[in-house]
Ligand binder design. Sequence first.
Ligand code: FHN
Length: 592
Amino acid sequence: MRSKIKNLVFAGLVAVLTVSSMAAESEMDEMWGKSEMKLRSENPERGKLFMEGNYAMFIHWGLYSQLGNKVDGKTYYGIGEWIMNPRMAGIPVDEYKKMAKTFNPEKFDATAIARLAKDAGMKYIVLTSKHHEGFAMYHSKVSDFNIYDATPWKRDPLKELAEACRKEGIGLGVYYSHFQDWTAPGGGRGPQVDPCGKPVSFDEYFNKKCLPQVIELTTQYGPLELIWFDTPADIEKKYVDQLVAVVRKNQPNALINGRIGHGEGDLRSLGDMEVPHRNVAGLWESVDTTNDSWAYAWYDEYWKTPEEILSRLIACVARGGTYMLNIGPRGDGSVPERAARSLRESGKWIHRYPQVVYGADASPWKHALPWGDVTVKGNKLYLSVFEWPTSGKLCLPGLKTKIVAANLLKGSESESITYETSNGWTLFDLPLGAPEKRVSVIEVELADAPEADPTFGIDPDIGTEILVEFAAVEGVELSQKRWMEKFGEWKSVYHARNWTPGGKAIFEINVLEPGDYNASLTYAGEGRLVWGVEVVGGEHIQNEQNSSHNYQEFPIGWINFPQPGKYKVAVSCLEGDGKTSSLKSIVFEPIH
Ligand code: FHN
């Protein structure tokens, strides 16, 4: 059974979230609701593609895609599906609704999208059937504010996508904004009166639009993999219960994500664009996007490269979860070519190494390793090497299970490689050149289920960064900080802050090759700071360095580890404004 299920009992260990100080940001963050990780095991058929596929396509597409973040010649930066919002362009309801008259996505091609997902190695697609602005991207009988009735296009893209997905063997899911509806009277954060000025309650909105639309969606498009609800905010539990009941009745095999609210749903969707650094138990997904926007934004050309996509996907699988990656088609229905190219290129690799991703489990190291990451299938480890060692040896710390064989994979072919062990490390002999241009894979067959010591090994060839979230702290606060880089573009970091005199972050490490290493700290802060780095029971170094409000790596100096083995390294902020100093990580670079 997959470890994401087995580890369920540890779900409570996941770190607590501390949101950033900006009130409006935390308000949006809190709209995700408090979800719990769990698996409803009464139906083993539920969520098969989620469980086995580990990779899906998210699509944000709606009326807003026409604008691409530009209104009356002005560009609004951030997530374009919020363009109506006063913090973006602030478009009045009547004006927004008129945009349906010009929505004519003639380049929409459901088959091409389903094939793109398939080429990308994704197993199902989740389309925004109704986002917060209330426009249904399918033929709804309940509200004429829908793509079939209100636009000159007069087609049902969800129906076309459902058919295309079925033909291509891809699963389908729908996104539905159940609480927020900015154009329907009574909808969450929407107009609270009807066009005649009569007050309309949320209850009326729910019964006249939300619930009937979820019934339509769950009865008219064939089997669905996932019903993806979003931003429950302060919705009452009685509404959530009704939605769950409808989905269970009409789509017993569909998963419900935790953003339905009130701890309901089958799986947890982490914060937007968040790939966790430590293993997370239970059923969960990361939702991310191919650039920095969900909906199409004309200016956003900051695309993830194929390597970045693979790195984030493999990280999610290695942490025990799944990855759903978004595309934002343009208003004419076409998919930005650069997004498609990165998806196809990364997909070629996934099709060569499906065993690394599909049905794969979490890494027993519980975090990434300096050169890459590890996924597991039965008694086999898959080492995905992003940084190929120039020394001819790949160093794996702390493997406790006996190795039966090690192979360097070249697509479906493989070449046996030799290895030796030293002080609890396994050193694999590798050719000097990587067999793959993006990510090379080593398969390690074990005599039993894999077990590993998760202590961070300091790699003798390349720099090892250890995030402070893995440190034990005394006299320092460890918390997660979230912020929006642009409106709706979430970033997060775990940091150690509020350093009191004597405060310490203690990192446990495992050294293979004794000698000098250059220790650097990545931090943000104000003014000059004196940091100390001390090998407990050994050398102490300290240095004054500047700081910046952005996280930056500052060298502290060389430090010696006299012999192989485990050490504790304590970091402290000795002088300067400890209150505003925010430590993100320590880096050890070998001195060759
Ligand atoms: O407000 C939405 C946002 O527009 C987007 O759909 C994301 C995707 O996860 N969900 C909400 C914010 O978390």
